[in-house]
Design a protein around this ligand. Structure first.
Ligand SMILES: Nc1nc2c(ncn2[C@@H]2O[C@H](COP(=O)(O)OP(=O)(O)OP(=O)(O)O)[C@@H](O)[C@H]2O)c(=O)[nH]1
Ligand SMILES: [Mg+2]
Length: 452
C-alpha cells in the first residue's frame, strides 16, 4: 500500500514546522519566531504499529510572484502546468534564484499532497494569491489550514478566500489542538486521496490504541515508583551509638539523593512515553519529611562464629593499617564502605576496637543505623499526586511547544489534597500497605483509573 505524503507549505513564519512537530509528535523539529527558520525540505516519518505516513516540512515562499511569472512563460495551457512546475525544480537557474521555492515544490512534484498554512490572526491579502496559484499548478490534492497564531480575528476573510483555491479548509492550532482534533485532521487527510485512505485509517486506529497503551504504561511506571520509594531504606552497620549518630547526616544525604533521583527517573520515563525528549521542566523537588533517622531503628547485630573467625584472621593480618581495615570491614559484611562514608576513614570504623575485640575474644557487636523508610501515611499520596498531575500536563502537551514546562506548586498541592479525599477504598488500602512496607497486589491496575 502506498504511503501518504503531505508537504506543509506556505508563507514563512506561519507555523508550518509547528504543525509538523505536533502531528508527528516530534519535538526535535526547529521552530522559532525568526522568519526563514526552515530552509530545506525536511521529511518527517510518522510511524505507527501497522502503518505510517510522511510529512514534509518546507521553507516558506520567498518570491512567489516571480516564480509564477516563470511558470506562466513555460506553460501555455492548463494541461502543461504540472509539467512546468516539474521543469522549474530541475532548472539550474531556478535552483540558484529561487532555492526556497525549489525546495518546497520538489516534494509536491514527487507526489506529496499540499497542506497550505496561513495565519488567521493576520489579515488576508492579495499577495498570497501567487503562492496559492502556484500550488494549484502542481495539480496535487490539497487542503488549507488556518492557524490562529495570536487570535481568530481574520478567520472569516481567510476562509472565504481560501475556499476559492482549496476544497477543504480547516482551522488547526498546533499549540492547542488536542489529540481528538489531531485525529479529526488525520481523518480529513484520508479523504484527500482515495488510495491513501486505508493506510491513513490504520494510522488513526494505531494512534488511538497507542494512546491507551501510553496510559497503561504510566500506571506501571507510577506503581514501580511507589513501591521503590515506600520501601527504600538506607542503613549502615557501625560499632556503637555515637558512631551511628555521627553518620546520620551522611545517611540522610544518601537517602534524600536516592529518593529524589528515583522520582526523576520516573519523570523521565513519563516524558519518554509521550515522546517529549527536549522539554525543560521546572517543578519543586520532592520534599521528604525532615527526620527519618530513628534511634529506635538501631538494631544490635552480632556476628556468627564463622564471621568471628574471619575477624580474627583478617584483623590479625591487617592490624594498624587503616586502608586494610576497610577491606576487612567489607569482608566482615559490616556494610559497604562506599561513597561519602569512605571520607570518615578508619576513625569511625574503629580499627583499634576490632583488634581489641579480637584480643578480648567476645563479644563483637554493634549497631545498624537506619534511615527510612517513610511511614508517613500521606507520603504515597504526595507521590501519586505529583506524578498524576505531571502526567496530565505531559500527555496533553503538543510537541510544537518549546517553552519550559512550569509546574505550579499550588496547583500541585491542590491536586494532592483532592486526590487524597477522593481516593477510593482500594487505593487507600494500597497506600496504607505501602507505608507499612507490605506488598500490594496489582498496584498498577489500582492506579489505572487515575490516568483516565
Ligand atoms: N501562540 C502561537 N504561536 C504559534 C502558533 N503557531 C506557530 N507559532 C509561533 O510562530 C513562530 C513560527 O512558527 P514556525 O512553526 O517556526 O513557523 P514556520 O512557518 O515553520 O516558519 P519558517 O520555517 O520560518 O518558514 C514560532 O515562534 C511559533 O512558536 C500558534 O498556533 N500559536
Ligand atoms: Mg519552519
Amino acid at each position: 500500500m502506498k504511503r501518504a505524503s503531505f508537504a506543509v507549505v506556505g508563507h514563512p513564519n506561519k507555523g508550518k514546522s509547528s504543525i509538523v512537530s505536533t502531528l508527528a509528535r516530534n519535538d526535535e523539529i526547529k521552530i522559532s519566531q525568526h522568519s526563514g527558520t526552515t530552509n530545506h525540505a525536511n521529511k518527517v516519518s510518522v510511524e505507527t504499529a501497522r502503518s505510517g505516513y510522511e510529512l514534509v516540512d518546507t521553507p516558506g515562499f520567498q518570491r512567489p510572484a516571480k516564480v509564477l511569472n516563470w511558470l506562466k512563460q513555460h506553460a501555455n495551457s492548463a494541461d502543461q502546468r504540472a509539467n512546468a512546475v516539474a521543469r522549474f525544480i530541475e532548472d539550474a537557474d531556478c535552483q540558484k534564484n529561487f532555492p526556497d521555492e525549489v525546495e518546497l515544490l520538489t516534494p509536491l512534484v514527487k507526489g506529496a499532497a499540499i497542506l497550505y498554512v496561513v495565519d488567521g490572526s493576520r489579515p488576508y491579502g492579495a499577495e498570497y494569491e501567487a503562492e496559492m496559484e502556484i500550488l494549484r499548478w502542481t495539480g496535487q490534492p490539497s487542503m488549507a489550514l488556518i492557524n490562529p497564531i495570536e487570535s481568530d480575528a481574520h478567520i472569516e476573510a481567510w476562509s472565504n478566500a481560501l475556499a476559492q483555491y482549496f476544497k477543504t479548509v480547516r482551522i488547526f492550532n498546533p499549540m492547542k489542538a488536542d489529540f481528538e482534533k489531531q485525529l479529526e485532521l488525520l481523518a480529513a487527510f484520508a479523504h484527500l486521496k482515495p488510495e491513501w485512505s486505508t493506510t491513513l485509517n490504520l494510522v488513526t486506529e494505531d494512534l488511538t490504541a497507542a494512546r491507551l497503551a501510553q496510559k497503561e504504561n504510566c500506571s506501571v511506571i507510577l506503581a514501580r515508583l511507589l513501591e521503590d520509594l515506600c520501601l527504600y531504606q538506607t542503613s549502615q552497620k557501625v560499632l556503637d551509638k555515637p558512631q551511628a549518630e555521627k553518620i546520620q547526616p551522611l545517611l540522610a544525604k544518601t537517602y534524600q539523593y536516592w529518593m529524589v533521583d528515583r522520582e526523576q527517573k520516573s519523570i523521565q520515563e513519563l516524558f519518554a512515553v509521550y515522546a517529549h525528549f527536549h522539554t525543560d521542566l521546572s517543578m519543586d523537588r520532592l520534599n521528604l519529611p525532615p527526620d527519618l533517622f530513628d534511634c529506635e531503628q538501631w538494631y544490635m547485630w552480632g556476628l556468627s562464629k564463622q564471621q568471628l573467625l574471619t575477624v580474627g584472621v583478617i584483623t590479625g593480618a591487617a592490624a594498624g593499617a587503616a586502608a586494610d581495615m576497610m577491606v576487612a570491614g567489607q569482608s566482615l559484611m559490616l556494610g559497604a564502605v562506599g561513597g561519602g562514608l569512605l571520607g570518615l576513614g578508619s576513625a569511625w570504623f574503629g580499627a583499634d576496637k576490632l583488634v581489641d575485640a579480637k584480643l578480648k575474644g567476645l563479644p563483637l557487636g554493634g549497631y545498624e543505623a537506619c534511615y527510612g523508610p517513610i511511614k508517613n501515611k500521606n507520603f504515597p499520596y504526595v507521590i501519586i499526586g505529583r506524578f498524576v498531575y505531571l502526567y496530565q500536563q505531559v500527555s496533553q502537551r503538543n510537541h510544537a511547544i518549546r517553552k519550559t514546562m512550569e509546574i505550579n506548586s499550588i496547583a500541585l498541592n491542590e491536586q494532592i489534597k483532592v486526590l487524597e479525599k477522593s481516593a477510593q477504598k482500594e487505593l487507600h488500602s494500597a497506600c496504607d500497605k505501602l507505608v507499612k512496607q507490605k506488598p500490594v497486589e496489582n498496584l498498577a491496575a489500582l492506579l489505572a483509573p487515575l490516568f483516565e
